[in-house]
Write a protein that binds this ligand. Structure first.
Ligand code: G3H
Ligand code: ZN
Length: 287
């Protein structure tokens, strides 16, 4: 059964670890993340961007696939199905389709409009036991067409949005979607510490989890980050393993072209990346 992300993240915040959100794109991705979570007894959040939802033919298809997989793979660890960087209409559609958690990314509205729209999404979601993530400031870079300026969050605005009753709060602290440039200034821990001071027990979310050095991840967790989003790193692992398989000519040997064989190295590579992140985030054996 899908669960809201609320309880697992409150537990993570209290226990000083983080739950990984791994974005999914297809059946192989979903299976890889779920099996890794089960093997490592880790709670997990499956992230679905609006673009990935469309790619998988729609939120209803995604929800039906995930719910059936939980049953047929005997997944017993807590799993949330979460809309990533949802717009106002997208969040409502994901709620109707059976998602157990949504992000309403109102960071491109001015603060007043962000507040109004966030309140509305919270009331619709909470009436159905669905958790809500909001964003203050913005995440730099681009993910599935969502472009952010990389504006660092104002801790007072974070408090204002947290007080609306969101279940988790994403704050821009210098994090960027995709690969980090060589001259990246790093995460702004001074701002993160202020946000945590103002928002108390609110689980904080770190987007752009790909390629953040281990010591920064650990410091972020110590300052209240309890959900870390990883997308690009699984894509890079998948692409690298698939390229190696094809470059070695394995698709031309026997039935190596069978998609069940062709996609296996990439799927295994996603599993290895997810396991590595769960270990780093401290969520192993926390189910
Ligand atoms: O919302 C998803 C993430 O923030 C993923 O970022 O692609 O840099 O890992 P990433
Ligand atoms: Zn993100």
């Amino acid at each position: 059964m899908l669960v809201s992300a609320k309880d697992m993240l409150q537990k993570a915040k209290a226990g000083k670890y983080a739950v990984g959100q791994f974005n999914i794109n297809n059946l192989e991705w979903t299976k890889a993340v779920l099996l890794t979570a089960q093997e490592n007894q880790s709670p997990v959040i499956l992230g679905v961007s609006e673009g990935a939802g469309k790619y998988m033919t729609g939120f209803k298809t995604v929800a039906a696939m995930v719910i059936a997989m939980l049953e047929e793979l005997n997944i017993t660890v807590p799993v949330a199905l979460h809309l990533d960087h949802g717009g106002y209409e997208g969040a409502k559609k994901a709620i109707d389709a059976g998602f157990s958690s949504v992000m309403f990314d109102g960071s491109h509205y001015d603060i007043e409009e962000n507040v109004e729209k966030t309140k509305e999404i919270i009331s619709i979601a909470h009436a159905r036991g669905i958790s809500v993530e909001a964003e203050v400031g913005s995440i730099g870079g681009e993910e599935d067409g969502v472009v952010g300026a990389g504006e660092v969050a104002d801790p007072d605005e974070c408090k204002r949005i947290a007080d609306l009753g969101v279940d988790m709060l994403a704050a821009g602290i210098g994090n960027i979607h995709g690969k980090y440039p060589a001259n990246w200034a790093g995460l702004n821990f001074q701002v993160l510490a202020k946000i945590q001071e103002k928002t108390g027990t609110m689980p904080l979310v770190l987007h752009g989890g790909t390629g953040i050095p281990e010591d920064m991840i650990k410091t972020a967790i110590s300052l209240g980050v309890s959900k870390i989003n990883v997308n690009t790193e699984c894509q890079l692992s998948f692409a690298d393993a698939t390229r190696k398989y094809i470059e070695a000519g394995k698709d031309l040997e026997g039935k190596g072209f069978d998609p069940r064989k062709l996609l296996k190295p990439g799927t295994d590579a996603i599993m290895a990346t997810v396991k590595e992140k769960m270990e780093l985030f401290g969520s192993v054996n926390q189910a």
